[in-house]
Design a protein. Structure first.
Length: 262
C-alpha cells in the first residue's frame, strides 16, 4: 500500500515542479522580452549589438532570467510543503534571481557603447562606464553629434601644451587620446579631416569575398555607386566594422569585417 502511495506521489510532485517552473519561465520570458528590446534597440543598436558586446550581454540576461530562476524553482518547489514554506521558498528564489538579474542588467548597461570616437583614421567604441569613471555625463556628448551613440572626432593637437597634456593623461591616467574629452570636436563639422583617412574599399573587399557581396547588396539597394560613399574602419570590441558614410557625414550602412580572436 505504501509503495503504491509513493509511486502515485512521485509523478504528482514532478508534475507540480514542472508546472511551477513553467509558470516561472513564462513570467521571466515577459521580463526578458522587455530587457531584450532595450539591449537590441536602445543600448546596443545595430551594428554594435554583434560588434560591441550586445550579443554577449543578452546571453548573460537570458542565462539569469530564463535559466537560473526557473531552474531553482524546479529544484526547490515542493507542493507537499506548507503554504508558508512554499511562499518562503518562492520569495527566496525571486530575491536571488532579482539580485543577480540586477547585477546583469547593470553590467550590460554599463558596458554599452557610450560614444564612437574617431582618432587618427579609425573609429573606436567607448563603453559608457569609461565616461562615468571620468565623471563625464553622456548627455554632455550629445552636443557633438545627433547620432546615438554619438559620433565624435578627437582632434589631434599641434600645440606643445596640449600635446603635453595628452601625454600626461596617457601615462598617469592610462587614458588613450580618443578617451580624452578635451580633444573632442563635432564629427560633421570636421568630417573633411576625418574622411581624408578613408579606406580604399575596392582593395579591402578584394581580399574578402563575403564583404564584397555585402557591399554589392548595399549598393544595389541604395542605387548608387561605390564612390558615392566614404568608408571608415570601426574598431569595436568583438569584431571590426566598416562604416559607410554619405559625403555629408551621415551613416548609411555598414560592412562586417572579420571577427577578432577572442
Amino acid at each position: 500500500m505504501e509503495a503504491t502511495m509513493t509511486m502515485t506521489k512521485k509523478p504528482s510532485l514532478i508534475k507540480s515542479k514542472l508546472k511551477a517552473a513553467g509558470i516561472h519561465l513564462g513570467i521571466s520570458s515577459v521580463i526578458f522580452c522587455l530587457l531584450a528590446y532595450f539591449i537590441i534597440f536602445k543600448w546596443y543598436p545595430f551594428p554594435y549589438f554583434t560588434a560591441d558586446g550586445g550579443w554577449q550581454g543578452i546571453r548573460i540576461v537570458a542565462l539569469i532570467d530564463l535559466v537560473l530562476g526557473p531552474l531553482l524553482t524546479l529544484i526547490i518547489f515542493n507542493h507537499n510543503k506548507s503554504r508558508r514554506e512554499i511562499r518562503f521558498d518562492l520569495g527566496t528564489i525571486a530575491l536571488v534571481q532579482a539580485c543577480v538579474l540586477a547585477w546583469g542588467i547593470y553590467t550590460v548597461h554599463d558596458e554599452r557603447p557610450g560614444a564612437v570616437i574617431h582618432w587618427d583614421g579609425e573609429f573606436y567604441t567607448m563603453p559608457a562606464k569609461s565616461f562615468k569613471e571620468q565623471g563625464i555625463s553622456l548627455n554632455e556628448l550629445n552636443r557633438f553629434s545627433e547620432e546615438r551613440p554619438p559620433l565624435i572626432h578627437a582632434h589631434r593637437p599641434t600645440d606643445v601644451e596640449t600635446l603635453q597634456e595628452v601625454l600626461r593623461l596617457s601615462t598617469e591616467e592610462n587614458l588613450a587620446p580618443f578617451e580624452q574629452q578635451h580633444l573632442y570636436r563635432s564629427f560633421k563639422e570636421n568630417r573633411d579631416d576625418v574622411f581624408v583617412h578613408q579606406l580604399n574599399i575596392g582593395k579591402v573587399v578584394s581580399y574578402n569575398e563575403a564583404m564584397e557581396k555585402e557591399l554589392d547588396t548595399f549598393l544595389a539597394k541604395s542605387g548608387n555607386e561605390g564612390e558615392d560613399y566614404i568608408y571608415m574602419p570601426l574598431n569595436a570590441r568583438y569584431h571590426n566594422v566598416i562604416l559607410i558614410f554619405s559625403k555629408e557625414g551621415n551613416v548609411k550602412g555598414t560592412l562586417n569585417a572579420p571577427y577578432k580572436d577572442r
